[in-house]
Design a protein. Structure first.
Length: 151
């Protein structure tokens, strides 16, 4: 298990739960909205907003945090993350905000304390990019965008 150090932003509501895993097999911990005015935020269809969590986190070197949509919000309301998955690097110490977008066709209201996204902690593998004259051949070759069948 990896330890993630967490602190709250000045003025954040401490009664809003820290990220939590809702089931024993959950890969992602739920993040909650921590709105400065303790009210709500309205997302019109097609709109996006940076929703504060009231948190700052410290991720150990060699790991990243991925911010992902919650499947229920996506299916039922069209609420998603336009940059999914969002990445938080191990050296970032700023406020943790979630960019939410309403891809649905009705207004969606985010209340203070609502679960808005998931955070997944994952190992990072760094690559060395080597210039070469030619790439190794493969069966697929340059085929992409549906070249292996429908969709």
């Amino acid at each position: 298990m990896v330890s993630i150090r967490v602190t709250r932003e000045e003025g954040a509501d401490e009664s809003v739960a820290l990220p939590s895993y809702e089931t024993a097999g959950a890969a992602g911990a739920d993040l909650r909205a921590n709105l400065p005015d303790r009210g709500s935020l309205t997302l019109e269809p097609g709109a996006r907003a940076l929703v504060p969590t009231g948190l700052r986190i410290e991720i150990p070197e060699g790991f990243e945090a991925q911010i992902r949509p919650r499947s229920g919000l996506a299916l039922k309301h069209g609420i998603t993350l336009p940059n999914a998955p969002g990445t938080i690097d191990s050296d970032y110490r700023g406020p943790l905000g979630v960019i939410l977008m309403n891809a649905g066709d009705t207004v969606f209201v985010i209340a203070h304390g609502d679960r808005i996204a998931q955070i997944v902690i994952a190992p990072v593998v760094r690559a060395r990019f080597e210039p070469v004259d030619r790439l190794t051949e493969s069966r697929r070759g340059a085929g992409g965008f549906g070249s292996t069948g429908r969709g």
